[in-house]
Design a protein around this ligand. Structure first.
Ligand code: CTP
Length: 401
């Protein structure tokens, strides 16, 4: 999901590294940032250089690394100003307890703390420290203070620590940090909007241990929820059974059956500006679900199936309906079926894909159908397609009706 996707193309990021064993994760994080098309400037404290070398970070970032306030490569001796001016975001990872204390107090006695004080760009820190240091009242005071000053705190996470202890204080993994940075820098095209997304398969029980489901992994719907959240929306994700973690800042409502999904959506639709139905909802449920396991018997076993309500169709037909987006997974005749489906459901936008291209995979290819025609989104990771879809939705919302 994080490989060569140009997600940060044109962005200018400054990575500050302070002294801590988690500095090794900063090297991987730097690689992801550069691979995504950003220009990366690395600044390290003296203590950080004891854990990873400036040579490593220079090789990964492709830019000279700065460690000293008086670096003669900056002609006016104002490295703390020069380096902080043209950046879209400054991320300090790992941020040690000591560095967080300096930020809270406004110290500026080395290059990194001085440029954080002199900056105009947003600042995010990824704390990394021993569990006792993290939970110490002094650190918690400092965290509360820098948060109040507008600094974004990324993590920390719970888990095993390099010191052998276990608890809160582990730095986020490089891929998690990267996702946070992408999110922080995403254009906020859905700011203030409430978005409701359905995702995953549904499961229709036959008896207490068996049921009917489908091969939807939920990955596309989860990616759409993440992309909407990155775009500044308040997102609720009504999800059928999947093993996927909920994207950060997204409220997840877990359901099993199509009828439960219908109820969960209907309970929230009035407070929804945009409804995106990505779930592969079962078209039928079993009539007379047995309350015990059905035993093998001679001859055929008949199941009676009754139709489920069309969630998207019902939402779209309602009074004051939100802006509705449907998904269609076809196995053939993509264009004709998709156009037909959009008309039948009376929705402004439908995203269509070939089921055999999409189910269970991390990438996909989508074609968007709206009143202006079709828009092909080339094969890409689902999160990239989801961001393109959200940008398209935002564009349509802006157009006068
Ligand atoms: N959908 C829904 N509620 C249902 C069935 C589908 O909200 N009970 C939504 C899906 O989330 C998707 C779109 O409707 O956005 C799919 O349309 P649909 O016509 O139901 O697709 P298929 O079930 O694939 O239809 P068909 O089997 O006729 O191809």
């Amino acid at each position: 999901m994080t490989e060569s996707t140009n997600e940060l193309s044109g962005k200018r990021v400054l990575l500050g590294i302070t002294g801590g064993i988690a500095a090794y994760k900063a090297a991987e994080f730097a690689r992801l940032v550069v691979k995504s098309g950003a220009d990366l400037q690395v600044v390290m404290t003296t203590a950080a250089c004891g854990f990873v070398t400036p040579v490593t970070m220079q090789a990964l970032s492709g830019n000279p690394v700065f460690t000293d306030m008086w670096d003669s490569r900056v002609p006016n001796n104002m490295a703390h100003i020069e380096l902080s001016r043209d950046r879209d975001l400054i991320v300090v990872a790992p941020a040690s307890a000591d560095f967080i204390a300096k930020l809270a107090a406004g110290f500026a006695d080395d290059l990194l703390s001085a440029l954080c004080l002199a900056r105009r760009s947003p600042l995010a820190v990824a704390p990394a420290m021993n569990v006792e240091m993290w939970s110490h009242p002094a650190t918690q005071r400092n965290i509360a203070r820098i948060r109040a000053d507008g600094v974004a705190i990324l993590g920390p996470a719970l888990g095993e620590q390099a010191c052998g202890e276990s608890g809160m204080g582990r730095m986020l993994e490089a891929s998690e940090l990267f996702a946070e940075v992408v999110s922080a820098l995403a254009p906020k095209v859905l700011e203030g909007k409430r978005v409701l997304v359905t995702a995953g398969p549904t499961y229709e029980p036959i008896d207490t241990v068996r049921g009917i489901t489908n091969q939807s992994s939920g990955k596309m719907g989860y990616a759409v929820a993440q992309a909407a959240s990155e775009a500044g929306a308040q997102v609720t994700l009504v999800s059928g059974p999947t093993a996927l973690p909920a994207p950060a800042s997204v409220e997840r409502v877990s359901v099993v059956t199509a009828r439960a999904m219908y109820d969960a959506v209907m309970a929230r639709v009035k407070k929804t500006d945009v409804f995106i139905a990505v779930a592969a909802v079962a078209d039928y449920h079993v009539v007379g679900v047995r309350d015990r396991k059905i035993k093998r018997q001679a001859g055929n076993l008949k199941l009676e199936l009754a139709p489920n309500k069309d969630i998207l169709g019902t939402v779209a037909a309602g009074r004051n309906a939100p802006f509705c987006v449907g998904f269609a997974a076809e196995t053939e005749n993509l264009k004709a079926y998709a156009q037909q489906k959009r008309r039948n459901k009376r929705i402004p936008l439908l995203a269509a894909n070939l089921a055999q291209d999409a189910f269970g995979r991390d990438d996909n290819a989508l074609t968007l159908f709206d009143d202006t025609g079709e828009h092909v989104l080339d094969r890409a990771p689902k999160i990239v397609l989801a961001r393109q879809l959200i940008a398209h939705v935002a564009g349509m919302l802006l157009k006068p009706k």
